[in-house]
Structures are given as C-alpha cells and as structure tokens.
Design a binder for this molecule. Structure first.
Ligand code: UDP
Length: 321
C-alpha cells in the first residue's frame, strides 16, 4: 500500500491485530481499530490511543457496521483454544456473521479485504507439510470444531463473495505465531512455557510432548500480510508461517535454556483433537509474494522472553505496592 489509506482492522486490539495497527501507523496510514474487547486488550493499543491517525470503535462483528475505509483487514475472532472454546456458539457466530458483515461492507465500498484464516483448517493433517490445496482432516463435532469449521465457513464465504460479487479478497492461513504482546493467560504453548519458566513453575506439557508445531515470529507474519494485500490477483488462500518444525518437548528445553529456569517438566493429558503435527508449505508465499520468515526461533523467543520478563516484573511490583 504505497499511498496513504484508511484501513479498518477488525480485531485490532488483539495480539496480531495490535501489531498490524502499529505497522500500518508506522507506514503513515490511518487506522480504524474495531474490537469488542472479548480477548482484545486496551493495553495492546495503548501506545496508539493518542495519535490522530488512530481511532478505536468498540463493536462486535456479529452486528453489522458501516465504516468508511479504503482497505479492510478482518481478524476479529478469539484465536486461542482456551478462549474460543469458552463460548463455542459465539465463536462460530463470530466467524460466520463477522465474515458476512465484513464482506457486505467490502462489497458496498468496493475495497480489498484480507481475511486471517488459520492452519486449523487443515485439522489433524494427513499430508505433511500442509500445502494450500490440501483439504484437511477436521472433526466437525469436536471441541475445536467451533473455531476450525467457523474459519472454514468464513473462507467459503470469502471465495463465494469473490466469485459472485467480485469482492477483492485475500485469505491468509496463519500458522502458530508468537511474539511480544501475547496474552499471559492465553493458554498458548509459547506464552505458557515462558511464563512458567520465568516463575520457576512446572512446565505443563500436554500429551507426550512429541506433537509438533512451526512457530513464526509476529513481525514476519505481518510482513506476509502486507505483501499479500499488495498482490491484487491472488485470491486463493496463502500459508504464512515458519516451516521450522519443533516438538513441544524441544520448545520447552529451548525456553528452559534461554531463561536458565529451574522449572521441572510435568505431563498432562493431551486435549481432545490436538493436532499431532503442523508445518506450512510456504512455496506459494515464496513464489507469489517473495516472502519467507527472517527471524529464527532463538532470536524470536529471546525477544518474547524479554517482553514477558518486563510484564511479570510490572505485575510483581503492582502486587507488592
Ligand atoms: N501445549 C502444551 N502445553 C501448554 C499449552 C499447549 O503442551 O501449556 C501444546 C498443545 O497441546 C498443542 C501445542 O502445545 O499440542 C500448541 O498449542 P497452542 O494452544 O499454542 O496452539 P494450537 O494447538 O492452536 O496449535
């Protein structure tokens, strides 16, 4: 996006949303951040609140909205298993109604809209690594289904609005992403392990810890989206993630080593339908966007650990005072 744009970011106060808002502001765009603050946090966007180019609208995407913008990034939806499973009906409504409202707006305004989908559309994959043309292996009646099927239905809506109404869509399939501003109580593996390690609390490994994920640093993730929105003809889904795959046991030992923690590992039952492996094939992003991740896991984890150290020291001093 070369010239100055007004950009609507739904879910702009969440972990990824707030990073996107900051990136857009740093590139001189005007940002309207729409969030219902179910999982989004004012703290995430606090540094932007006084800027004239930044506006916050408190609104649930389940209700229609009419906001003038030149570009839309649609992120709004709880994304961590703990949060999206708390009210699964609301999660599914958020995905489906949110997509419809955003797409109706994009159609009316005739503006491009980027949808943040997820690697969860691949479910517990039988194909490894996952390419965008793999249809996935998703349980439609399990505890993760509200999120997985919600995102799948939203992708369908995006493609159908494109085919029927020529809405200028982009779809990014986000693989596990981490970095500063992650929520401490998100239940995510990276935030859990770091917080546990910094407190010398037990590291909670679910299952055998041999299940794998591929972790992308947040700045790389946002780079991918910025390139995708500038690619007008790429309407089919694009994986954005870091293809370096690690088991949860490996992640735990890396975090223990960096933090010098005395935490012990404790093993808990594996949550239902927890995927065994997840790794993106990023050929499309490499070839179409010239994108690939730049931040290696060690450097990314160090930055994230520094963030949590500061956060926890603030929390501790608040408790003391
Ligand atoms: N996990 C874990 N301990 C934790 C939190 C998560 O072992 O304290 C595991 C979880 O079971 C999954 C992986 O880490 O296999 C990634 O979980 P996360 O919730 O971060 O992401 P997702 O499952 O959505 O990929």
């Amino acid at each position: 996006m070369k010239s100055k744009k007004t950009v609507l970011v739904t879910g702009g106060a969440g972990f990824l949303g707030s990073h996107l808002c900051k990136r857009l502001i740093s590139q001189q765009h005007r940002v309207i951040c729409l969030d219902n603050f179910y999982t989004g946090r004012m703290d995430n966007i606090a540094p932007l609140l006084d800027l004239p180019e930044f506006e916050v609208v408190e609104q649930d995407v389940c209700r229609p909205f009419n906001i003038k913008a030149d570009v839309i990034f649609h992120l709004a939806c709880p994304a961590s298993p703990v949060h999206y499973q708390r009210d699964p009906v609301q999660t599914l409504k958020t995905s489906v109604l949110g997509a419809i409202h955003v797409l109706d707006l994009a159609k009316q305004l005739k503006v491009p809209v980027l949808f943040t989908s997820t690697s969860e559309v691949y479910g517990d994959p039988h194909v490894h690594p996952q390419r965008e043309d793999y249809w996935g292996n998703v349980n439609c009646v399990g505890p993760r289904s509200c999120y997985d099927e919600g995102k799948r239905a939203a992708e369908t809506l995006f493609m159908d609005y494109h085919r029927m109404h020529h809405v200028d869509i982009r779809i990014v399939r986000i693989f596990n992403t981490y970095g500063p501003q992650m929520c401490q109580n998100d239940g995510r593996v990276v935030s859990n392990f770091i917080v546990q390690a910094l407190r010398n609390d037990p590291i909670t490994i679910y299952g055998s810890g041999e299940q794998s994920r591929s972790f992308c640093y947040v700045d790389d993730q946002i780079d991918g989206w910025m390139r995708l929105i500038d690619k007008p003809k790429l309407h089919t889904p694009v994986n954005i993630g870091n293809p370096v795959e690690k088991s949860m046991n490996e992640i735990a030992s890396i975090i223990l080593e960096i933090t010098g923690s005395r935490s012990k590992l404790v093993y808990h039952p594996l949550p239902i339908d927890d995927p065994k492996q997840r790794c993106p094939d990023i050929t499309t992003a490499q070839e179409e966007l010239g994108w690939e991740p730049k931040v290696d896991l060690l450097s990314g984890l160090k930055k994230t650990i520094t963030y949590f150290e500061t956060l926890l020291s603030k929390t501790n001093s608040e408790v003391v005072s």
